[in-house]
Design a protein around this ligand. Structure first.
Ligand code: C2O
Ligand code: CU
Length: 543
């Protein structure tokens, strides 16, 4: 059923996984959290009641929230946190979203367990642009730590080293039978021969890009990040943290057999530890004849470091609609995304050579304010909260992807710098990955408040005189999270028609925590309907 008021009670509940029980943060006791169902263009109200012992905020990932940054959620960017015992009513305005998006907490690493999908439907009598599926399946991929996630964060932020890798990957919260004590904790999908299932997939993992496939069953991708795509038949899927996909599963195989679905990490940098385990789920047909348990049917997934396989999937996604890309640009921005190092007294930290790991955009490691949010500071003209010098000028220029980098480049500037943009500007951003500190890695970059066209992607240093000739200005993917390949670049374009304060960051949470973030402030336009809505009366107080 479709409602317009929801209550999200955030509370700690014990869950048993991988042979041990711990308390996790949940919404309404559910993990993964509840599914929200809306029609395109709906406005819903979600009352978030914090009945846990830590701060919380909620973000509606992929929902543009026109003129309404007040309900966007990132802590100390658009609001101060909802403290334990307090409530805040989020007003979530759906506008251009057509397919699956999601919601998740946006305070420290609380989103590890506080997340759920949002199913968007066309408002009748509008129809889907593909044949109506018989059923829908929510499929949320995640990561599980045996430790309390707060401890994981406390440990790596204190020591300055890499965070502990997770202990399992999960499908709808289930690790699957390849992990200890998880035989009965395995996701199971029962299908009927001849029917079509719309899989609404979310990658809610914290630090891993994932490959996913179902044995013997191909998938037809029909939407990505809440926007329809041209149908794409795929033997496997690549999905970055923050991304969502809608894919049709055709139940057309021998119903007497059991099949497996599986997800595991794609990871381009073998120097960095990562969780290389596999989560599996079971697909079987509701056929009366007993399926033989010996019929193991595992899907083929690309090798963990197969960068070509990972990025050819992304490149094959095309927007359903053509000719929408802004071509007359009014602003071009070039920025780098890097892993960096900061020195520690007596080299006492646990990063390389006793240093502390950091991350940056344009070599500015973003410092999140801790007493007031940037939106409030902007709206009330508070001084001294942020600067407006992103990216630094002149831009730091070097051979971004060279094998050996001069040491001095590894140290970023620590600052809270934003970028101001006029209402209605057509913006292009080139995001260049660098090999600083560890040789480079992929970065799933997410922008709040907008979807953008990914017009170009490539490896090596961006070449401003040659690479634009390869841009797809016809039907590029329209997304809110796009992955910069290891030692490569992407180019995105959007029209800045949503006034507000909008966060951009790497959706690997360790990189976010280290500062791979920036804030765009889109100024008000002249017309009243081009201006930020007034703040809600119950905004959580800052102190
Ligand atoms: Cu899905 Cu800023 O986040
Ligand atoms: Cu990153």
């Amino acid at each position: 059923c479709i409602a317009d008021h929801y209550t999200f009670t955030v509370k700690e509940v014990p869950y048993k996984k991988l042979c041990s029980t711990k308390k996790i943060l949940t919404v309404n006791g559910q993990f993964p959290g509840p599914v929200l169902k809306v029609y395109k263009g709906d406005t819903i109200y979600v009352n978030v009641r914090n009945r846990a012992s830590e701060n919380i905020t909620m973000h509606w990932h992929g929902v543009e929230q026109p003129r309404n940054p007040w309900s966007d959620g990132p802590e100390y960017i658009t609001q101060c946190p909802i403290r334990p015992g307090s409530d805040f009513m989020y007003k979530v305005i759906f506008s251009i979203e057509d397919a699956t998006v999601w919601w998740h907490a946006h305070s420290s690493w609380t989103r590890a367990t506080v997340h759920g999908p949002i199913f968007v439907y066309p408002r009748p009598p509008k129809a889907l642009p593909f044949p109506k599926p018989d059923h829908e399946v929510s499929l949320v991929l995640g990561e599980w730590w045996k430790k309390d996630v707060r401890e994981v964060v406390e440990l790596f932020t204190r020591t300055g080293g890499d965070p502990n890798v997770s202990d399992a990957l999960t499908i709808n919260g289930h690790p699957g039978f390849l992990y200890p004590c998880s035989k009965s904790d395995t996701f199971k999908l029962v299908v009927e021969k001849g029917k079509t299932y719309r899989i609404r997939m979310v990658n809610a993992a914290m630090n891993l890009i994932l490959f996913f496939a179902i044995a013997k069953h191909s998938l037809t991708v029909v939407a990505a990040d809440g926007h329809y795509t041209k149908p794409l038949n795929a033997a496997y899927i690549t999905i970055s943290p923050g991304q969502t996909l809608d894919a049709l599963l055709h139940a057309d195989q021998n119903p007497k057999r059991t099949y497996h679905m599986a997800a595991r990490a794609y990871h381009s940098n073998p120097v960095i530890n990562f969780n290389n385990s596999t989560t599996v789920g079971i697909l079987h047909y509701n056929d009366d004849a007993k399926t033989s348990s010996s019929s193991k049917r595992y899907p083929n997934l690309p090798r963990y470091n197969d960068t070509r396989a990972a990025f050819s999937f992304f490149a094959n996604i095309k927007s359903l609609y053509s000719g929408q890309v802004p071509v007359k640009l009014s602003r071009k921005i070039f920025t780098t995304v890097s892993i960096n190092l900061l020195s520690c007294p007596n080299n006492s930290c646990e990063g390389p050579n006793g240093s502390r790991l950091a991350a940056s955009m344009s070599n500015i490691s973003f410092v999140t304010p801790s007493h007031v949010d940037i939106l409030k500071a902007y709206y009330l003209h508070l001084k001294g909260v942020y600067g407006t010098r992103f990216p630094d000028f002149p831009p730091l220029f070097f051979n971004f992807t060279a094998q050996n980098q001069p040491m001095f480049l590894q140290t970023p500037r620590l600052a809270t710098e934003v970028k101001k943009i006029e209402f209605g500007e057509a913006v292009e951003i080139v995001i260049q990955g660098t090999s600083l500190t560890g040789g480079g890695i992929d970065h799933p970059m997410h922008l709040h408040g907008f979807s953008f066209y990914v017009v170009g992607v490539g490896f090596g240093n961006f070449n401003a005189s040659e690479d634009p000739s390869s841009y797809n200005l016809y039907d590029p993917p329209y997304r809110n999270t796009a992955t910069v390949p290891i030692n490569g670049w992407i180019t995105i374009r959007f029209v800045a028609d949503n006034p507000g304060v909008w966060f951009m960051h790497c959706h690997f949470d360790r990189h976010l925590t280290w500062g791979m973030n920036v804030v765009f402030i889109v100024k008000n336009g002249r017309a009243p309907n081009q201006q930020i809505l007034p703040p809600p009366p119950d905004l959580p107080p800052c102190y």
